[in-house]
Design a protein around this ligand. Structure first.
Ligand SMILES: [Zn+2]
Ligand SMILES: [Zn+2]
Length: 406
């Protein structure tokens, strides 16, 4: 009997050892962990299936800045190759760069309203993007306002004027096709109006209620999948009606008023007004999602920490019991008709620009604005250092480029 138990034990031990060897072989570092087993998303390493949508949270925070969370920015990538931004809030540009997507593919931006935490990094993305090898004009859609000077066109015309010095330094030095800004303003009060229709993708806008007239929410539909993005809004009838059936419904959720006071220093009046009349409290968010019934409800727009997340979640759970994610920067949603997979990303901090997707043209020297004689008089040309650099490159690439200063 003892022997039998011993043999069974030995056999069991051998089986375990064999299993361990097998597992070791499967998970060997020389083979790598299979993609299906990855719990983390590594940007730039995963192909999208033709029928798949990937949503990446690139800004989930506030106008109040912090390293952990940039302000509002959401990237939607589709299996057909199209990519869309919804808002480009302050601080999001570095998170965009971390996606390692060539900038020529990042040419469509939809702005929900003109708060700095929703388009504060547009200039950085637009002009900085020309140094990230974007050679395609940047297209921006945004709402009108109650008067022309409150609309997107007015704001972005002035943004281009504000950056005239920046543009003046670049246009003659680099291929500046990516510096073109194409702005489409649409009426803020259109209800389920089509504002974009290309390549099987439709984007619609609905009015939002936030601050003053001129805020909207967006609905993107493609291949039977529906992504809804609230930008900022308090609960409203348009969102409840037109977000219905969403696969992913993103809607702001603010900290409850007591936390706005204790954590953020709001006065009682500020906390109540901002937290429920300009923004959406957790309980209001839950009520909206109970009516919309998305496959997954996504809340964002609060400082998401170990001590605030449980409070927000508890508040939402008073009024909503469906699937939910309270988003952090770099949260990723892979969406198909059968599955929604939610992961966090691992980010490479040392990102470089992706290669240009088009052949670069020579800079347009007619756009170069000359220095004054005064500034030229201060130049130390260092010809003995600079000329050999030019000679070496010219010889290697068959070019004939001359220094500006001799
Ligand atoms: Zn706002
Ligand atoms: Zn906001």
């Amino acid at each position: 009997m003892k022997l039998k138990i011993g043999l069974v034990f030995l056999a069991g031990f051998a089986a375990c050892a064999a299993l361990l060897v097998l597992l070791a072989a499967t998970w060997s570092p020389t083979k790598g962990v299979p993609e299906s087993e990855q719990d983390v998303y590594y940007p730039g390493t995963e192909e999208l299936a033709p029928d798949e949508m990937r949503v990446v949270a690139l800004g989930t925070g506030m106008p109040t800045a912090r390293p952990k969370q940039a302000a509002a920015c959401w990237l939607v990538e589709l299996g057909n190759g199209d990519k869309f931004f919804f808002d480009l809030g302050a601080g999001c540009h570095e998170r965009i760069a971390a996606q390692k997507i060539p900038y020529d593919f990042l040419d469509k931006v939809f702005i929900g309203h003109l708060h700095v935490d929703h388009y504060g990094d547009l200039a950085s993305f637009w002009l900085g993007g020309t140094t990230m090898n974007r050679l395609t004009p940047l297209r921006v859609w945004g709402p009108s306002g109650h008067a022309p000077e409150y609309g997107t066109k007015y704001a972005l015309d002035r943004l281009q004027e504000a950056y005239i010095w920046d543009i003046g330094t670049r246009a003659g030095f680099i291929d500046f096709r990516g510096g073109q800004l194409e702005v489409t303003e649409f009426p803020y009060d259109g209800v389920n109006q089509v504002i974009f229709e290309e390549n099987g993708v439709v984007v619609r806008s609905i009015p939002a209620v936030h601050g003053i007239d001129g805020a909207v929410s967006f609905i993107l539909e493609w291949n039977g999948l529906k992504f809804v993005y609230g930008s900022d809004t308090i609960p409203n009838k348009w969102f409840v009606e037109y977000a219905k059936g969403a696969d992913v419904a993103v809607h702001e959720v603010f900290l409850p008023p007591p936390l706005l006071m204790s954590k953020q220093g709001f006065a009682p009046g500020e906390a109540l007004m901002v937290g429920t009349q300009a923004h959406t409290s957790p309980q209001q968010f839950g009520k909206v999602m109970s009516m919309v019934k998305p496959r997954i409800a996504v809340g964002y727009h609060f400082f998401n920490d170990f001590d605030t997340e449980p409070v927000v979640r508890e508040g939402v759970r008073e009024t909503y019991d469906g699937p939910i994610a309270l988003a952090m920067d770099y949260m990723v949603f892979n969406v198909t008709k059968d599955d929604i997979r939610v992961r966090m990303s691992a980010i490479d901090e040392e990102v470089w620009p992706s290669p240009a997707q088009k052949k670069k043209n020579a800079p347009d020297s007619s756009k170069m604005i000359p220095f004054s004689d005064f500034v030229r008089s201060g130049v130390m040309p260092m010809t003995e250092i600079v000329q050999p650099m030019f000679d070496e490159i010219n010889e290697k690439y068959g070019t004939d480029i001359k220094p500006l200063f001799k």
